[in-house]
Write a protein that binds this ligand. Structure first.
Ligand SMILES: C[S@@+](CC[C@H](N)C(=O)[O-])C[C@H]1O[C@@H](n2cnc3c(N)ncnc32)[C@H](O)[C@@H]1O
Length: 270
């Protein structure tokens, strides 16, 4: 039986640090050593390894295992209608939306999908069934599987307003008791795809609004700039980039963007 007291040496930690940075852009400082150790314990058990060096060797040569490692390392906390102020902003811009084109929103770093479905509920309520599309992307392949199901613990419904709850949430029964399902009418307007923010994702097309929230905190400034520059390639001129209230890119001087409100930026030139 493998011991849970397995410890990562400094040299092993710096190898993992480099792989995670190269793969996902995530900067792990020394203070994250025990977190990394705990999160990788499951993978060590899977291989019955007793030394992290053996695991690192697998990760270095096997892309599938690198994906597994990133799945364990990323932090995926999220909830419905997080930072309500951004949904009030979205509501104000879609009420003024006059184009005949479908309104497209991107939840970049979507985690298990609560953000993408919150956006979709609001767009469905404001624009109607056929007038919008939401895309959610994430590097973590496990959270994407959950997002596609649209099935959440009952307690998560607390963050959804009673109106949206009765319109868009189906109470689970039998094996789904204590869970709720996002209504199929919403789910069919939301597509979840694997996507790494370190890369330009041309294939996603152009968006009217991009939510890039609670992910820049895991990057250093140089990576933040790369990620924001990548993401806004998919933003229409006049469209908005939404960051978390706790994140700022003011100091990055990205000339295409002007600040429209706290944590909200508008793309003003192509
Ligand atoms: C804390 S969650 C944020 C979820 C949601 N945006 C919100 O604000 O509630 C951060 C997400 O970023 C994803 N992530 C981290 N690095 C990434 C990268 N390089 N490319 C794409 N997604 C990444 C993680 O897998 C995780 O699901």
């Amino acid at each position: 039986m493998m011991s849970s007291s397995l410890t990562l040496s400094e040299q092993e930690f710096s190898l993992i640090q480099k792989i995670v940075f190269d793969e996902a852009g995530i900067s792990l400082d020394q203070s994250k050593t025990s977190m990394v150790q705990n999160r990788l314990f499951k993978r060590m058990s899977f291989y019955s390894f007793t030394k992290f060096n053996d695991y690192i060797r697998v990760v270095q040569f096997n892309r599938d295992e690198r994906i597994e490692m990133i799945n364990q390392i990323t932090t995926n906390e999220t909830y419905f209608f997080r930072e309500e102020i951004h949904f009030n902003f979205l509501s104000s811009i879609v009420k003024k939306y006059r184009s005949h084109e479908i309104f497209r929103a991107w939840s970049a770093a979507a985690s298990v999908g609560a953000e993408a479905y919150s956006i979709a509920m609001l767009l469905d309520r404001t624009l109607g069934h056929e007038a919008y599309q939401v895309v959610g992307t994430d590097i973590n392949t496990e959270v994407l599987k959950k997002a596609r199901l649209g099935l959440y613990p009952e307690s998560w419904v607390d963050k959804i307003s009673p109106e949206y709850r009765s319109k868009y949430c189906l109470k689970g029964k039998g094996q789904y008791a204590r869970q709720f399902l996002v209504a199929p009418d919403i789910v069919r307007h939301v597509t979840f795809l694997e996507g790494n923010l370190l890369k330009v994702q041309n294939e996603l097309g152009m968006f009217d609004i991009i939510f890039l929230r609670n992910v820049l905190i895991y990057f250093n400034d140089a990576t933040r700039e790369i990620v924001v520059r990548n993401v806004i390639k998919n933003l229409k001129v006049g469209g908005y980039l939404i960051l978390s209230l706790t994140e700022s890119i003011k100091h990055l001087s990205i000339e295409e963007l002007v600040q429209a409100d706290a944590s909200i930026y508008q793309k003003v030139v192509a």
